[in-house]
Design a binder for this molecule. Structure first.
Ligand SMILES: Nc1nc2c(ncn2[C@@H]2O[C@H](COP(=O)(O)OP(=O)(O)OP(=O)(O)O)[C@@H](O)[C@H]2O)c(=O)[nH]1
Ligand SMILES: [Mg+2]
Length: 404
C-alpha cells in the first residue's frame, strides 16, 4: 500500500512538473519595463509624417492617413534667395502695333501711301520734296497748324543737312509724330470708388458704344460697373445702353423719358456710391458743339455730378468720330472751352483715311487721346499708345511699298 502511495505521489509530481515546463515554453515570461504599452499583434510600422509644400509632394500626402500631413506654414520656411524684380514692360507690344495697323489700314493707304510715293527711292531731299510733304499732310486732315509744326522740323533738319535720304525723312516724321502724341494719358485709372466718367460728344460720335466697350473691358477685369442713361431725349438711347448692360452684367440707372439728364447723373452717382461700384459711366445725349444752350446744359450736368460726389466727374471724355476730319477738331476746341476735358476717345478710325487727325487733335488741344475705336465690337476699343500708334502708322512703310 505504502509502495503504491509512493508511486502515485511520484506520478503526480511528474505530471505537475511536465505541465509547468510545457506552459513556460508557450508563454515566455518576458516582462516589459513599466509604462511600456503592450504591442498589439495587428500593429504595422507606419511611415514617418511627411511635409507637403505643394507641387510634386501633394500626391504623397494623399496616400497618408488623415492627420498625418504636416502643412508647413509659408512664414516658417527658410527664406530663399530674394526674387529678382519683374522685367520692365516692353515699350511697344507687337500686339498693340498689329491692332493699330489693322485699324489704320485706310490711313496707311492714304496719308502714308502718298508720302511713300513722294519719298520712294529719293537719294537726295530738297525743299521741293518738303513742299510736297506739306500738301500731303494738309490733304490728310493733319490740320494747318500741326502741318506747319512738322514742316518746321523737316526744314530745320534739311538746313542742318540731316535729311540726306528717304529714310531720314521717315525718321524725322516718326519722331515728330511721337513728340506730338506723347501726352500724359493712358487708360482710365480707377483711383476713386466709384470713379465717375462723363462721356460727351456730338450725335453719333460713338458715346454709347464706347461706354459699352469700356464696361466690357472693366467688367472683365472684375470691376463693378454702373452705367447711367443720361441721354434722356431718346428712348432708344436708354434701350441701347440696357442691351450693353445685360451683355456685360452692369446695372443701368435710368430716369423717366424726358427726365433732366442732370438728375439722372446725380441719382446714378449716389447709387454707384451706395452699391460700392468701381466705375460709373455716364452717357449723354449727342449735342452740337455750336449750340450754346446744349453746351450750357452739359456744363450743368457736370456741376450736378460734383454735388453728388466731391471731385466727380473724375474724367470727362470727349468722343470724336475720326471720319469727320477737321470738323472733329472744331468740335474738340468748343467742347474743351465748355468743359474740363481729361481725354479723347477717337472712334471709327477703322473706317477713315483721315487718321492724321489724331496729330492735329493732340497738337492743338493738348488733350491726350486715351482710346481709339477700331471697329464696332467690344474688343475694338484700344488703349492709345503713342509709340505703337506711330509704329503702326509709319513703320516699314518704305519696305512694304504702300505707295500706289
Ligand atoms: N466702325 C466703327 N463704328 C463705330 C465705332 N464706334 C461706334 N461705332 C458705330 O457708330 C454708330 C453710332 O454709335 P453710338 O454709340 O450710338 O453713338 P452716340 O454718340 O451714342 O450717338 P447719339 O447717342 O445719337 O449721340 C453705331 O452704329 C456704332 O456701332 C468704331 O470705333 N468703329
Ligand atoms: Mg448715344
Amino acid at each position: 500500500m505504502t509502495t503504491v502511495a509512493i508511486v502515485l505521489a511520484l506520478l503526480v509530481a511528474a505530471v505537475v512538473a511536465f505541465v509547468v515546463l510545457t506552459r513556460g515554453k508557450a508563454e515566455p515570461q518576458l516582462k516589459a519595463p513599466p509604462g511600456t504599452p503592450t504591442p498589439k499583434p495587428s500593429a504595422r510600422p507606419r511611415p514617418a509624417p511627411r511635409r507637403v509644400d505643394g507641387g510634386s509632394a501633394a500626391p504623397v500626402a494623399e496616400s497618408l492617413p488623415p492627420g498625418e500631413v504636416v502643412v508647413e506654414e509659408e512664414a516658417a520656411r527658410p527664406a530663399g534667395p530674394p526674387k529678382p524684380p519683374p522685367p520692365p514692360a516692353p515699350a511697344i507690344s507687337a500686339k498693340d502695333v498689329a491692332g493699330f495697323r489693322k485699324g489704320l489700314a485706310a490711313t496707311r493707304g492714304g496719308l502714308v501711301a502718298k508720302l511713300a510715293a513722294i519719298l520712294k527711292g529719293k537719294k537726295e531731299i530738297d525743299p521741293a520734296i518738303v513742299q510736297e510733304v506739306e500738301e500731303v499732310l494738309l490733304s490728310s486732315d493733319v490740320g494747318p497748324k500741326t502741318t506747319q509744326a512738322i514742316l518746321a522740323r523737316l526744314r530745320d533738319s534739311l538746313d542742318k543737312n540731316e535729311l540726306r535720304d528717304e529714310g531720314a525723312v521717315w525718321d524725322a516724321l516718326r519722331s515728330e509724330a511721337t513728340r506730338i502724341l506723347s501726352l500724359p494719358g493712358g487708360p482710365l485709372r480707377l483711383s476713386q470708388k466709384p470713379t465717375v466718367v462723363l462721356l460727351v460728344g456730338v450725335n453719333g460720335a460713338g458715346k454709347t458704344t464706347t461706354i459699352g466697350k469700356l464696361a466690357t473691358r472693366y467688367g472683365a477685369e472684375g470691376k463693378r460697373v454702373v452705367m447711367a442713361a443720361g441721354d434722356t431725349f431718346r428712348a432708344a438711347a436708354v434701350q441701347q445702353l440696357e442691351v450693353w448692360g445685360k451683355r456685360v452684367g452692369a446695372d443701368v440707372v435710368r430716369g423717366k423719358d424726358g427726365a433732366d439728364p442732370g438728375a439722372v447723373a446725380f441719382d446714378a452717382t449716389g447709387k454707384a456710391k451706395e452699391s460700392g461700384a468701381d466705375l460709373l459711366l455716364i452717357d449723354t445725349a449727342g449735342r452740337l458743339h455750336t449750340k450754346v444752350p446744349l453746351m450750357d446744359e452739359i456744363r450743368k450736368v457736370r456741376k450736378t455730378i460734383a454735388k453728388a460726389m466731391d471731385g466727380a466727374p473724375h474724367e470727362t471724355l470727349l468722343v470724336l468720330d475720326a471720319t469727320t476730319g477737321q470738323n472733329a477738331l472744331q468740335q474738340a476746341l468748343l467742347f474743351k472751352d465748355a468743359l474740363d476735358l481729361t481725354g479723347i476717345v477717337l472712334t471709327k478710325l477703322d473706317g477713315t483715311a483721315k487718321g492724321g487727325i489724331v496729330l492735329g487733335i493732340c497738337d492743338e488741344l493738348r488733350v491726350p487721346v486715351r482710346y481709339v475705336g477700331l471697329g464696332e465690337r467690344a474688343e475694338d476699343l484700344r488703349e492709345f499708345h503713342a509709340d505703337a500708334f506711330v509704329e503702326a502708322l509709319f513703320g516699314k512703310a518704305e519696305e512694304e511699298g504702300v505707295a500706289a
